[in-house]
Design a protein around this ligand. Structure first.
Ligand code: ZN
Length: 120
């Protein structure tokens, strides 16, 4: 490496859980897919489903489990080059600066109009 490289930490919402940190238990996903088109499964269907999946029907697993992709944090951290970060951030910053300048111009116009009105 001939010249120094600069990096920043990139933090994004976890694509697996969408930032919530939890996901639906895979067995529960299967459960709802199987019984989705009805109001509720029958007691017998509920018991059969959980017994077939190795669970006591009276104490099935939690419906939501910690997301394994982000370990429950809801976000993914990675290293990004400073150049990549600036390319991502600058358009947003320039947009905000432009918006602020437009608001300032509108305010200046309103002030000039009010001064003109007062002078008449
Ligand atoms: Zn996640």
């Amino acid at each position: 490496m001939s010249i120094a490289q600069y990096y920043v930490t990139k933090v994004e919402p976890c694509p697996q859980c969408g930032g919530s940190g939890v996901i639906l238990h895979p067995y529960w996903r299967e459960y709802w897919e199987e019984f989705d088109n009805r109001l509720a499964p029958t007691k017998a269907e509920h018991y059969t489903f959980w017994r077939n999946h190795g669970y006591n029907p009276y104490s099935p697993p939690s419906e939501e489990i910690t997301c394994h992709n982000c370990n429950g944090s809801g976000c993914i951290e990675s290293r990004a080059s400073l150049e990549e970060a600036l390319r991502a951030i600058f358009p947003k910053m320039l947009g905000e600066i432009q918006q602020r300048e437009e608001l300032d111009l509108e305010a200046a116009d309103a002030a000039a109009f009010a001064a003109e009105w007062e002078a008449q």
